[in-house]
Design a protein around this ligand. Structure first.
Ligand code: C2E
Ligand code: CA
Ligand code: CA
Length: 557
């Protein structure tokens, strides 16, 4: 299942790389920390946009470090500085070129990091270690020069503010931020915090319950001043208070990226801070990019147009991936969720969250779904030929259930390909199905009567009433990822998942948990009685051929 080789040890700075001059050693440590952080994120989420921002950061750190090292060489009259400078210059050029290749998907991010890390290891061992002996006697000059240049830093796109009246906690969060490689500004009072010049690009880690001015008042004051930084909310109350504070903030157009319950674990804090900080950084890079179109940083997300999307439909650029679903009890593959992708000739593989909203906005979901279903039928036949009998789950949008003729169209389409509708599960989210329109109910019932299975997607996030659930003809309930991911640590998420499973049993629905990322989450869901599993821990979405190989391997094991 999860058989990635653990290469972590190769990514860390090690004592063997020490050259003996603390300024250089510390710089190197930071760079290796950053490489490691980026590498970990690639393993976790290789498609994350944040990665571009992180790679950009690595390059900026590298250049900033070279400047400091060159100042040390000059101050200590190091005799080989010219050669050394030339090495730096050549390397920066190579990095820029390779980064361009990464952006145009000709070079992988992992290869980029390996290249960077290998270069540093080699350079430190072969070249940097020669510098320290020449610095003896020039310590004061070096200190002076370094002061002029400043600490190893990149242009700080995003400042980190910590606001908590509990000074002990404030110090702890400060230390944890340091460990994550960020310098932060601490405030033990909301009033003082509001006197600092905060910008929309900043990140505020805000405690909710503080005397004088509490976290909610702080957010309200900022919203009134039309300042909207990104927040991570922290509280000693239970998660529900944090959630409702989040909703409140969002109603004022403030962005709450994460919520953290006290006590906060170091690892979780560092993970969340790294992720959100990189997101803020990316947002401000994109902003700068729009201000300054000459900048060569290409972020795919920016400019997808509806014309481009229509062309994609016409030129068959949409493809589908399949994410396997396996049974908890015997690990057999029983189905796969069909997930659309856009194989763009220039942008590379584009993910649905980047074009489905656009398709919805322009009423193109009917066409998109048709393409997805035709591709699914093609793949289904390939699976049958390979002796693999599984169900396919296709996502529908609310625009699809406006079309009263959908049940007939879908039914006859499958019939013309000799496929039983029973092999197709149609997924709809709670909010899509549970509208008050009787047309939706009409369509759903007729789909069911034709033999299709219906699945409620992202269950637990909408506001369903039991009555509506009872009226709608579902056969499957998919528990939302949000709860599944939190089940390990959060007792309320666990309670919600348990209730979903009980509810499903009472309504005779199949239960699917999606977003399973770890063994621990798998174990817990299995113990609670969930039936079917989907998530990165089992497998990521993949092309049809890979799914065949996956199923064959699974049969043997
Ligand atoms: P969804 O229906 O909730 O699909 C599950 C999403 O979660 C997929 O993202 C899947 O790759 C991702 N996922 C699965 N397991 C894990 C996990 O363990 N961890 C994490 N972090 N993510 C996991 P994807 O493919 O990017 O799709 C995003 C959304 O786009 C889908 O969410 C669905 O709402 C929509 N979508 C995708 N394909 C179609 C389609 O053909 N038609 C329609 N209407 N919507 C689609
Ligand atoms: Ca789905
Ligand atoms: Ca879902």
């Amino acid at each position: 299942m999860n058989n990635t080789v653990n290469k972590e040890e190769y990514w860390h700075w090690t004592e063997a790389l020490r050259v003996g001059l603390c300024e250089i050693d510390n710089d190197h440590k930071v760079i290796f920390q950053l490489i490691n952080k980026t590498h970990l994120l690639i393993q976790k989420d290789p498609e994350s946009d944040i990665l571009y921002s992180l790679l950009d950061e690595v390059i900026e750190y590298t250049e900033s470090h070279f400047k400091r090292e060159e100042a040390i060489m000059l101050a200590s009259k190091y005799p080989f500085s010219e050669n050394h400078f030339a090495l730096h210059e050549r390397f920066v050029c190579q990095l820029d070129q390779k980064f361009d290749q990464v952006k145009s998907k000709q070079y992988s991010m992992t290869d980029f990091l390996i290249f960077l890390k290998d270069w540093f290891v080699e350079h430190i061992k072969e070249t940097d270690h020669r510098i320290p002996p020449y610095t003896v006697g020039y310590e004061a000059d070096i200190e002076n020069e370094l002061k002029k240049i400043g600490a190893l830093s990149i242009k700080q796109h995003c400042k980190v503010y910590l606001v908590d009246d509990d000074e002990g906690y404030l110090e702890l969060m400060h230390d944890m931020s340091n460990a994550a490689g960020f310098s932060s500004y601490c405030f033990s009072s909301g009033i003082y915090f509001l006197q600092t010049p905060i910008t929309n690009n900043d990140l505020v880690i805000l405690d909710l319950n503080m005397p004088e001015k509490d976290g909610i008042e702080v957010m309200r004051d900022l919203a009134d001043k039309k300042i909207s930084p990104t927040f991570i909310l922290v509280s000693g109350f239970d998660e529900r208070v944090l959630h409702s504070a989040k909703q409140l903030a969002e109603s004022r157009n403030l962005r709450v990226a994460e919520i953290l319950c006290k006590p906060i674990e170091t690892e979780e804090f560092i993970d969340v801070l790294t992720k959100v900080h990189a997101e803020c950084n990316l947002a401000s890079i994109i902003e700068k990019q729009t201000e300054n179109p000459k900048s060569n940083l290409q972020i795919n997300k920016n400019a997808i147009t509806v014309e481009e999307l229509k062309l994609a439909f016409a030129e068959n650029q949409l493809i589908v991936y399949f994410q396997p679903q396996i049974r908890f009890d015997n690990k057999q593959v029983v189905g796969a969720e069909v997930l659309v992708r856009w194989q763009h000739p220039k942008r590379g593989l584009v993910f649905p969250d980047q074009f489905i909203p656009l398709a919805e906005q322009h009423h193109l979901m009917g066409e998109l779904t048709e393409i997805v279903i035709l591709e699914s039928i093609k793949a289904y036949k390939q699976f049958i030929q390979a002796d693999i009998e599984i169900n396919l789950s296709v996502n529908l949008s609310s625009q699809n259930i406006n079309d009263l003729a959908l049940p007939e169209k879908l039914g006859s389409l499958l019939k013309s390909h000799n496929i039983a509708p029973e092999s197709f599960i149609l997924e709809l989210t709670e909010s899509e199905i549970l509208t008050d329109t009787s047309a939706a109910l009409d369509i759903l019932n007729r789909l069911r009567m034709k033999g299709f299975s219906l699945s409620i997607d992202d269950f637990g996030t909408g506001d369903s009433s039991l009555k509506k659930l009872y009226q709608s003809p579902f056969s499957e309930l998919k528990i939302d990822q949000h709860f599944v991911k939190r089940i390990e640590k959060d007792t309320e998420a666990t309670a919600i998942v348990k209730i979903c499973i009980l509810l499903a049993e009472e309504f005779k629905l199949q239960t699917v948990a999606e977003g399973i990322e770890t063994q621990a989450i798998w174990d817990k869901l299995k113990a609670i009685g969930c039936k079917i599993a989907q998530g990165y821990f089992i497998a990521r979405p993949m092309p049809a051929e890979d799914l065949i190989a996956f199923c064959n391997k699974n049969k043997l094991s």
